[in-house]
Design a protein around this ligand. Structure first.
Ligand SMILES: *Cc1c(COP(=O)(O)O)cnc(C)c1O
Length: 466
């Protein structure tokens, strides 16, 4: 008891600790020093009372305080190491951007720009002009518009072209994307009525045809982003729908979800229809995301017939859904890379990770293993194991990406405990547990993050021994 009293009396005063932190690490808001000093003394107090602390050196106390200060001062939204193997991971921010996109964002963010100003004429311009020609060239569409995200693109397209009328959709395509984006509800918010046709597994052209009436505004196709219907199935292609729509003077809208500009089949992956193909098939308006397979910033891209896209642009909702200048800068730079596919697959991280060959993934897994073994020769075991990766983000939903991961076992820690400690460390590492093993999937870990993973693991292992 007397020993605890003595230790408690050695805890420095909050104001002294605060002053010392502020002197050693100047430039932060005052509240951070105060909070860090308070938390440090509280933690020390508790550890002493619980009998966890036997001695208290001023140096140790101060380094604990510095650690707590760095936690206080660090942003809430911050980088994470994605060791899940899911390339387009919505919870982890979807697509990391290409260097070219980052540079454009920085230069536009730092200073003023010609966002809505035509320099040649010295008068007001439109923010959409910066990506319009690029999108027309890349997709073959007559006209293009960009909004905040694809959910917004679908909403404004339906609201503009079908408000107060019916939209015919197959029952096999009434998808829920997650984050409460459900096709029937989006239709309701857009002010149109859903006319479901066909059955879950089979929808025929005559089902659409029989549903067409005075009330019909358009026929719609929705990409089954996160599921597949297999077995006894039938769906109507966009081209068939276009022919039917033309006979009745109607439009066809397709929500492509991910919307890729590169034909993945050329690289040995599952075929996904490209935006160019869908546009060429005659579909009047196509919408897709900027941050899924495209590998750019969050955005909703609308391409299609000039007269229809122009009507969508003029919808007052567009002002509420409009795209931000930083996004535009990143999107323009990303789209420019697509002008040469060789450059796109080389420079856009999302494409690069998806197209990484199993051999390359295995080489990286071995490299990471060697690094980890060197950093942690004791109490941890590493092995390279084959796994199956996923593209994620509602893209190539069933496409397996043969992959490799580093399985990590740490003495005295369950896979769950290991994962929790890695997730809550700095930088956080999010991995995955499979068959009671903790896995670091290397496809989605950047090469320059390897040393950080080693450091994070080292801290966890050493902490586990304390
Ligand atoms: C992902 C997705 C959306 C939503 O796109 P966001 O860019 O996330 O808003 C809409 N429709 C489909 C089919 C999708 O896959």
């Amino acid at each position: 008891m007397a020993e605890k009293e003595k230790l408690l009396s050695q805890i420095p005063a909050v104001h002294r600790l605060r002053e010392e932190l502020s002197r050693k690490h100047p430039g932060l808001p005052e509240v951070f020093y105060l909070r860090a000093a308070r938390r440090t003394t509280e933690i020390l107090r508790q550890e002493i009372l619980e009998g966890h602390l036997r001695g208290l050196s001023p140096e140790e106390v101060f380094s604990r305080a510095e650690e707590i200060l760095s936690e206080e001062a660090r942003p809430h939204l911050r980088p994470v190491i994605n060791a899940t193997g899911v390339v387009v991971h919505t919870n982890l921010g979807r697509s990391p951007l290409a260097e070219e996109a980052l540079e454009e964002i920085l230069s536009v963010a730092r200073r003023y720009s010609n966002l809505e100003y035509r320099l040649s004429e010295g008068r007001r311009g439109s923010r959409y002009e910066h990506v319009r020609d690029l999108l027309r060239e890349l997709t073959g569409a007559e006209e293009a518009l960009v909004v905040n995200n694809n959910a917004a693109a679908v909403l404004i397209t339906l609201n503009t072209l079908a408000r107060g009328k019916e939209v015919v959709v197959s029952r096999g395509e009434l998808v829920e994307i997650g984050g409460s984006f459900r096709m029937p509800e989006v239709m309701a918010w857009a002010g149109c009525r859903l006319r479901e046709v066909g059955t879950t597994n089979r929808t025929h052209l005559r089902d659409y045809e029989e549903a067409i009436s005075e009330e019909t505004a358009l026929l719609m196709k929705v990409h089954r982003s996160n599921f597949a219907i297999v077995g006894f199935t039938k769906e109507v292609s966009g081209a068939e729908l276009v022919r039917l729509a033309r006979r009745h003077g109607l439009f066809v809208v397709e929500d492509l979800g991910s919307g890729c500009l590169v034909d993945f089949a050329r690289y040995g992956l599952r075929r996904e229809p490209t935006v160019q193909e869908v546009v060429a098939s005659g579909v009047d308006v196509v919408t897709f995301s900027g941050d899924k397979l495209l590998g750019g910033p969050q955005a909703g891209i609308i391409v299609g017939r000039a007269e229809l896209v122009e009507r969508i642009r003029a919808n007052p909702l567009n002002r509420a859904l409009r795209i931000d200048k930083l996004t535009l800068a990143g999107l323009e730079a990303t789209l420019r890379l697509y002008l040469d596919e060789k450059i796109a697959v080389e420079r856009i991280p999302t494409l690069k990770m998806i197209l990484m060959t199993p051999e390359e993934v295995k080489r990286r897994a071995r490299r990471l293993t060697r690094l980890l073994q060197k950093a942690l020769p004791e109490r941890a075991r590493f092995s390279v194991v084959p796994t199956v990766g996923r593209t994620g983000g509602g893209a190539l939903p069933l496409a397996d990406l043969p992959s490799f991961a580093v399985a990590v076992e740490v003495e005295g820690l369950s896979p769950e405990e290991l994962h929790e400690r890695l997730r809550t460390g700095e930088p956080p590492v999010v991995g995955r547990i499979e068959e009671d093993r903790f896995l670091l999937e290397v496809r989605t870990i950047f090469e320059e993050e390897f040393p950080l993973v080693a450091k994070a693991l080292k801290r966890v292992v050493e902490g586990a021994g304390a």
